[in-house]
Design a protein around this ligand. Structure first.
Ligand code: BGC
Length: 353
């Protein structure tokens, strides 16, 4: 199997941050696929996947040194997001009659747990049988304004069927909100290899969460019918993103959550590149799937030395309902002490000849 892409050099990830050491960890399966992860943000750094010609293509955007992760404009590349993915409106919410205030790092909103979210932490780690890597973090009570101490783990497994299984677990000392996801940007043409607008996307969901011009939910679930958000048939992103529609305008592209009623055994969505023949399918037991077309990417120079421009990657972020703590119409996920948070994301790579 030949490759133009390599995993980053592990030495470039050896660093000390707030007294903890960072590393690059790698997994390889029997089909030749390889992934790299780092304990800085419990994040996915690379995924080398065989293409239709048997070459390995790195389909994950990211950097080849820890310094570049620390200095990047886009700080969420490949990271574990927490405590609460996406925007909490006005950085405030009420739970059990008490108001909590979060840092505002996106206009008035708190995005992805605030500026010191899980993506900035150096997680503890454990490698099992060269197939799995688990990351652990204890988030103290009131960290970034959120109630309760929570103990979280994120387990990554690479299977011989070219699947990355991610399992999120947490327990809490108090009733609290949690919403963890993965923020990998994918480009199935290869990272740094142009934009993803020629990818064909299929989303097996018929409703989406309508947003306003501040990119927070209006509280309404809308049908995808007769909107550019309808990806129930496989469609090129370019054909939909160019349509004149307020939802696309508000987000400068796709940055929308779909209501996911697919079981973990059925794909919630897929994306396909004709260029490489690589298809990515996402399976999840989270109730929503967020499709983000990398509208705000700009300027960071990635692993292959090429700039990650607007739409240079897309994310499939499976998660709980957007702004759940403030949206009385949406189901709110709350974890109780003594109960376990346990959700899964599977990214499966297939090849079409
Ligand atoms: C959000 C975008 C945001 C991006 C940050 C995505 O999950 O939906 O609105 O700009 O993360 O990089």
């Amino acid at each position: 199997m030949s490759t133009n892409f390599n995993l980053p050099n592990a030495e470039n990830f050896e660093h000390t941050l707030n007294g903890k050491n960072t590393h690059l960890l790698t997994l390889r399966n029997r089909a030749g696929m390889q992934i790299a992860l780092t304990d800085y943000g419990a994040r996915l750094v690379s995924a080398l996947v065989p293409d239709k010609n048997g070459n390995l293509v790195d389909v994950v955007l990211g950097f080849d040194t820890i310094a570049n992760y620390l200095n990047a404009q886009e700080c969420y590349h490949g990271a574990t997001i927490g405590r609460f993915a996406n925007r909490v409106q006005n950085g405030k919410f009420v739970l059990d009659g008490q108001e909590y205030t979060l840092p505002q790092n996106n206009g008035n909103n708190c995005l992805h747990g605030g500026p010191d979210g899980f993506h900035t932490k150096v997680w503890d780690r454990q490698v099992s049988f060269r197939k799995q890597i688990s990351f652990y973090y204890v988030s103290p009570d009131n960290e970034a304004g959120f109630p309760g101490e929570i103990k979280v783990s994120v387990n990554y497994e690479l299977t011989d069927d070219n699947e990355i299984l991610i399992n999120y677990r947490a327990t809490a000392s108090k009733r609290t909100v949690i919403n963890m996801t993965n923020h990998a940007y994918f480009n199935l043409n290869g990272e740094g290899n142009g934009d993803i607008l020629n990818h064909c996307v299929k989303i097996n969901c018929s409703k989406f969460i309508e947003i306003n011009d501040q990119q927070v939910p209006t509280g309404k679930l809308q049908s995808v019918l007769d909107t550019p958000l309808d990806f129930r048939e496989e469609t090129r992103i370019a054909d939909q993103i160019s349509k004149d529609h307020s939802q696309i305008k508000y987000a400068s592209g796709f940055d929308h959550s779909y209501v996911n009623s697919n079981a973990l055994s059925q794909p919630a969505a897929s994306a396909y590149s004709q260029q490489t023949g690589i298809e990515l399918r996402i399976y999840t037991d989270y109730p929503t799937l967020h499709f983000y077309s990398g509208n705000f990417l700009s300027d960071d120079e990635g692993k292959s030395g090429k700039k990650y421009l607007r739409n240079g990657g897309f994310c499939f972020e499976a998660q709980h309902y957007l702004d759940g703590p403030n949206q009385s119409e949406f189901p709110l996920f709350v974890i109780e002490p003594g109960k376990e948070y346990n959700f899964n994301i599977k990214y499966k790579f297939c090849m079409r000849k």
